[in-house]
Design a binder for this molecule. Structure first.
Ligand code: SF4
Length: 351
């Protein structure tokens, strides 16, 4: 589909053939609650004749989002409980999130911060709030890493990014700056020389964590955008969300992880979907997720293995929830499973 600008309203999605006109009323109700944006690069990947298209499922709103469950909650990963000043989340001792902006180039229908992002969300930090955020980081000498997330920090202009990098570089104890973004996939042309120069301007080690969920997102243009970042000396890692109807299939996950590695992106996190409101149609059980990551073990190179992660609701941080491959047996030995699932004895070792 050849669309030249980002689609942001139900009417534009109907005109593009992505939703049928009789659904307009429901979709208007969804759009009043949660932001909508489908970038041209993602629209180009969507097959409007496929009702199960995995790209459309991630970005095109549906009436299912109007249905909420009692166990769903706003702020499912508990950002607000760990926010000492506006824009900062300090959950773990040695790192903070810096949420400078709550705008994204696309809006994912399963977003864990869906009530914070978008035009009606928390917006961009004011200059005073930015000053307070940098002051907090400077005062806390244990902060080794700053993670820019949001929102998508790469929607900021190179001038704003350069200023952020300059201010972080002035704080001696900050050694690593990490950006969480979808931009190289959803707006690959945005990754240009000016953006890369801004990311590199501090001299600090810079990581870019790319969020992508389906191998079709790693188009030639997306791969070239990532190559520009990696060639410039930026380290790339991946993060994906396990989503029903998008990537809840071992072959699809294997292709996605291989696509990352081929693009010089080390697979990092595979997130179990969070309990965000109106997203139950995306969630699979943890047992299903564990079966999928176990299937990956037997199928693809160690380089391609992500860590399966659950953000514990309420802000208690991340827990690894991949299936265990070792268990203690009644004789004090261990039974360790190989990649086919067959168990083998391992001695207990000296106490
Ligand atoms: S890019 Fe990230 S923050 Fe933005 S809508 Fe998607 S999941 Fe949410």
């Amino acid at each position: 589909m050849n669309i030249s600008r980002t689609l942001r309203t139900p009417a534009e999605l109907i005109d593009a053939g992505m939703i049928s006109p009789e659904l307009q009323q429901d979709i208007e109700r969804v759009a009043a609650l949660y932001a909508v944006a489908v970038s041209p690069a993602m629209a180009a990947l969507i097959d409007p004749n496929d009702p199960a298209d995995p790209i459309a499922r991630q970005f095109v709103p549906t009436g299912a989002e109007l249905s909420t469950r009692p166990d769903e909650r706003t702020d499912p990963i508990g950002d607000l409980a760990h926010s000492p000043v506006e824009g900062i989340v300090h959950r773990y001792p040695d790192r903070v999130l810096l949420k400078a902006v709550h705008i994204c180039p696309v809006y994912c229908r399963f977003c864990f911060r869906r009530e914070m992002v978008g035009p009606q969300g928390l917006g961009t930090l004011s200059p005073d709030a930015m000053d307070a955020a940098f002051a907090y980081i400077a005062e806390h000498r244990e902060i080794w890493e700053v993670i820019l997330t949001g929102g998508d920090p790469l929607v900021l202009s190179p001038r704003r990014l350069e200023e952020i990098m300059r201010r972080l570089a002035a704080i001696e104890h900050v050694k690593i700056v990490r950006f969480h973004t979808r931009v190289p996939v959803v707006e690959p042309d945005h990754v240009d020389e000016a953006l890369i120069a801004a990311l590199k301007s501090s001299g600090r080690t810079t990581y870019v964590a790319l969020h992508a969920n389906h191998p079709r997102e790693l188009t030639e243009q997306a791969r070239r955008a990532c190559a520009r970042l990696v060639d410039a000396g930026i380290v790339m890692i991946s993060q994906s969300v396990l989503l029903r109807g998008v990537n809840d299939d071992a072959d699809v996950l294997a292709d996605l992880m291989r696509a990352f590695v081929e693009t010089r992106i080390k697979p990092y996190y595979l997130h179990h979907p969070d309990l965000a409101p109106g997203t139950s149609h995306f969630r699979l059980s943890i047992a299903e997720g564990q079966a999928l990551v176990t299937a990956l073990r037997g199928r693809i190179s160690g380089l391609c293995q992500p860590t399966y992660i659950l953000d514990i609701p309420g802000g208690y941080g991340k827990a690894e929830i991949g299936a265990r491959s070792i268990r203690q047996t009644s004789d004090g030995c261990y039974a360790v499973a190989d990649f086919r699932g067959a168990e083998h004895a391992y001695p207990p070792g000296d106490e």
